[in-house]
Design a protein around this ligand. Structure first.
Ligand code: SF4
Ligand code: SF4
Length: 383
């Protein structure tokens, strides 16, 4: 078996994959239903997956519904992303103990667990690649991220349907998993057959697959799988025109739309917490009551909190308008200057999980349309 080979698997082969990875000391993490949502948590059996469930998503709306079949991956993405396993929400950076001659820094960090991520979508692979760039390719390498990242086996899943808030196709981030996986599955459900076309993405993936019950995929089966992904690309619930987006946003820092969106934004920070690429953190020092032990913790923070942009004597983003504008323009414009890529993969989570349904694609559209209207007006006057 070689990289890019396409292999046909059954539901039983997926169960065998779970057992094989567990027997090789991987902790399986993947989608499962909890509290009426599909979240990422520990899996043991195929039946832990959201079998027969799908999700309905719209701005500020998320609802699970039963499907008419037994699909294992028949939903889009939920509130969790993989960043919570790689870029931990709460991390102790160091611990120190008071000794006779001063403080001793203790190195008692556990080695990272081997994790198998099951059901990673194309947009999420792109989000992981973006975080790799931030934590592994800059001047300062994050050693905790690196050690966990080196211990991941990725089983991607090509999306068989797009959600109401998805726009990965416009961000060139999906719905087809193109790279960054060990195995990528496309689920095919026909009236009489339920199978998976698996693409091999790495030597490790080939080795694992060779130990599972499998057969080579027929040409017509490969075509069916390709069509599923192509149909998904054509069904995106949202659209975002990205041409010239960086300059568009830089030209419009004083656009009246920022005031309008600020009047609706609750500054709850949900959009940044669910976003798979947001990476802001803050640090906090704590001591025990005796003063014998001190610890420094790092935790996720957000550009929507006042404290995050507090610089000697005040916040540089004191208004809701300034905070929302900072978030959106960082995602879609200044991120490009900073990391040479967009900070958005079009997963739609910030739209679905915004309690008041603020929609990043809609905000950009309004700003773009107003420029088009202004330009058309100017042309009319000229003529
Ligand atoms: S900005 Fe919104 S749509 Fe884009 S990656 Fe973040 S959560 Fe997903
Ligand atoms: S845009 Fe929505 S999710 Fe983000 S801070 Fe404002 S209200 Fe919260």
């Amino acid at each position: 078996m070689r990289i890019n080979d396409k292999i046909k698997l059954t539901r039983e082969s997926i169960q065998a994959l779970f057992h094989l990875l567990s027997n090789n000391d991987y902790r399986l993490i993947g989608p499962t239903v909890r509290d009426s949502a599909i979240v990422y948590d520990e899996l043991r059996e195929v039946t832990d997956l959201p079998v027969g469930w799908t999700d309905e998503q719209n701005p500020g709306v998320y609802r699970l519904k039963k499907r008419q079949d037994e699909a294992l991956f028949g939903y889009t993405v939920g509130p969790h992303s993989w960043k919570k396993f790689l870029h931990l929400p709460l991390l102790r950076l160091w611990k120190a103990k008071r000794r006779k001659n001063g403080w001793e820094i203790l190195d008692d960090r556990e080695p990272p667990a081997k994790l198998a991520f099951i059901g990673v979508r194309a947009c999420e692979l792109h989000a992981i690649a973006i975080q790799d760039k931030i934590f592994l390719e800059g001047r300062y390498i994050d050693p905790v991220y690196r050690s966990q990242r080196e211990n991941i086996f990725i089983v991607a899943v090509n999306c068989g349907q797009a959600g109401g808030t998805c726009f990965c196709a416009d961000m060139n981030a999906g719905p087809q998993a193109a790279s960054g996986f060990d195995l990528a599955l496309t689920e095919v459900i026909e009236p009489e057959r339920h199978y998976f076309i698996a693409e091999i993405g790495s030597a490790r993936g080939a080795e694992v697959l060779s130990q599972l019950p499998h057969e080579m995929a027929q040409e017509n089966e490969k075509k069916i799988a390709e069509n599923i992904v192509a149909n998904t690309a054509a069904q995106m619930g949202r659209r975002l025109t990205t041409s010239g987006i960086k300059d568009l946003l830089y030209r419009n820092t004083e656009h009246p739309r920022w005031d309008e969106v600020a009047s609706r934004c609750l500054n709850c920070a949900n959009c940044t917490m669910v976003c798979p690429t947001c990476f802001c953190t803050t640090v906090e020092d704590v001591t025990d009551l005796t003063g014998e032990q001190a610890e420094r913790w790092r935790k996720w923070d957000s550009c929507f909190t006042m404290d995050f942009s507090y610089i000697h004597g005040g916040s540089v983003r004191p208004s809701a308008k300034a905070r929302y504008r900072q978030w959106l323009t960082h995602k879609l414009a200044s991120w490009i200057d900073q990391f040479d890529a967009s900070g958005c993969v079009g997963c739609g989570r910030c739209i679905t999980w915004c309690p008041v349904g603020i929609d990043i694609t809609e905000e950009v559209r309004v700003i773009r349309d107003s420029e088009v209207a202004t330009n058309a007006e100017a042309l009319k006057i000229e003529n």
